[in-house]
Design a protein around this ligand. Sequence first.
Ligand SMILES: CC(C)(COP(=O)(O)OP(=O)(O)OC[C@H]1O[C@@H](n2cnc3c(N)ncnc32)[C@H](O)[C@@H]1OP(=O)(O)O)[C@@H](O)C(=O)NCCC(=O)NCCS
Length: 166
Amino acid sequence: MISVRPETPADHAAIRAINEAAFEQPDEADLVDRLRESGDVVASLIAEEEEDAIGHILFSRLTMSGSGDFPPLAALAPMAVVPDWQGKEAGTLLVAAGLGECRARGVEAVIVLGHADYYPRFGFSASLAAGLDAPFSGESFMALELEPGALARAQGKLIYPAAFGL
Ligand SMILES: CC(C)(COP(=O)(O)OP(=O)(O)OC[C@H]1O[C@@H](n2cnc3c(N)ncnc32)[C@H](O)[C@@H]1OP(=O)(O)O)[C@@H](O)C(=O)NCCC(=O)NCCS
């Protein structure tokens, strides 16, 4: 049975290995390390089957430029399941648990740049993200409100953590 829990320092090497295996490059694992170092992580969860680490998801804090208030926002990135375990719902469990963690931390909306035919099943919508002043656009740029109407208060320019290098 696949279980999901918050990462601990003992998981860092396994999380690097998961990301490198899923993306076949070190870039996403490096991004995880940078986000941890800069203190921008909202939630980082690991999926396990028995004792094997098979998946990972991370949410980081987004801010907005301008002087006005904006809702607490998080970016979902990266997310990875090792190839042998893809298609067995580890990803689904990670997204569900991750959104729960975000909600518990007061996040009111989550933004993702990802597969346009994967994230809508969780409620992410490109049309919801289309009104944002952001470095991304198009069908792969999606948003989900944990607090209905939250994005109506997201009026400034969306700023990703420096770790993203945008
Ligand atoms: C995308 C990913 C995280 C999904 O995790 P998972 O555990 O395989 O997902 P689940 O088993 O919960 O869901 C399976 C569904 O995801 C879909 N899916 C998997 N990879 C996909 C992709 N690249 N694009 C679109 N859909 C994808 C499957 O087609 C399947 O759809 P179905 O339920 O309609 O049959 C995983 O496939 C992965 O790590 N891929 C490589 C890294 C990556 O692309 N990360 C996401 C970046 S946005």
